[in-house]
Design a protein around this ligand. Structure first.
Ligand code: SF4
Ligand code: FES
Length: 272
């Protein structure tokens, strides 16, 4: 089935139906297309008319994919799930910045951040440890393996204890909560010139290491997770800070210092 230019315009405008006064734009997206992990990739340009400023970036991609499907073309593969900034699945590089021009997840980025006539480059995360699966999808299994190497506690679960049963200093609970906000999106890796996953690893080490339940495995956790980080091929941290600048959950840079302190303690006082 071949769509006319009018069909394409109507498809885009239909997305914005009922939104009087909504700014509609024509956007050109240049998207990384790569049929599979072995194939060579290339940037392919698509014009997308009738883009509402209220659409999320992924909704704009949905409109494009619907058209590609109707035209018999292969739709663009990209990861997504919650579309609420929670699951961490939707990461892509937009105009050279992980998740694009706002410090948020790609699903929470809206087209009002762009202007009519813009050309937007969309690429997958670029890191040796995140191989491309197809188009914009990368394999983030390396993160799962870092978690498996220590990102857990082995305290028996059961009935939830009273909230005040284990007193925790307020500062510790605040920092633990802050670190627990990491959604494992991988933007920190994509932004880091070294391809380091230290901000992610530090967030996981910190959120358990600051709580009483995380103490029994504190040393084995940091040793195991850092060893797995290195084994996966992520680079080392050289204090550049690009990771925290793009992190949609604003995990602070000093979280990496906490990891380094824990690592030093585990190496120098293994029995403490
Ligand atoms: S530290 Fe931030 S950027 Fe890195 S995986 Fe976690 S949420 Fe994503
Ligand atoms: S789709 Fe879940 S965070 Fe974007």
């Amino acid at each position: 089935m071949t769509l006319t230019a009018q069909d394409k315009n109507e498809a885009g405008e239909a997305q914005a139906a009922g939104t009087e006064g909504t700014r509609l734009m024509t956007i050109t997206v240049r998207v990384w297309r790569q049929p599979n992990a072995q194939a060579e990739g290339r940037m392919v340009a698509y014009e997308v008319p009738g883009v509402s400023e209220h659409m999320s970036f992924l909704e704009m991609m949905d409109v494009l994919n619907e058209r590609l499907t109707l035209e018999g073309d292969d739709p663009i593969a990209f990861d997504h799930d919650c579309r609420e900034g929670i699951c961490g699945q939707c990461g892509v590089v937009i105009d050279g910045v992980a998740h694009g021009p706002q410090q948020t997840t790609t699903c929470q980025l809206h087209m009002r951040s762009f202007a009519d006539g813009d050309t937007i480059d969309v690429e997958p995360w670029r890191a040796d440890a995140f191989p491309v699966v197809k188009d914009l999808m990368v394999d983030r299994g390396a993160f799962d393996r870092i978690i498996q190497a220590g990102g857990y506690i082995s305290a028996p679960t059961g009935t939830a204890p009273d909230a005040h049963a284990s007193p925790i200093p307020k500062a510790n609970s605040d920092h633990a909560f802050e670190a627990a906000a990491c959604i494992g999106c991988g933007a920190c890796v994509a932004a880091c010139p070294n391809g380091s996953a230290m901000l992610f690893t530090a967030a996981k080490v910190t959120h358990l290491g600051l709580l009483p339940q995380g103490q029994p495995e504190r040393h084995s956790r940091v040793l195991g997770m850092v060893a797995q980080h290195d084994e996966e091929g992520f680079g080392g941290c050289t204090n550049i800070g690009e990771c925290t600048a793009v992190c949609p959950k604003e995990i602070p840079f000093e979280t990496i210092s906490r990891l380094n302190r824990d690592l030093y303690g585990a190496l120098t006082h293994p029995n403490s």
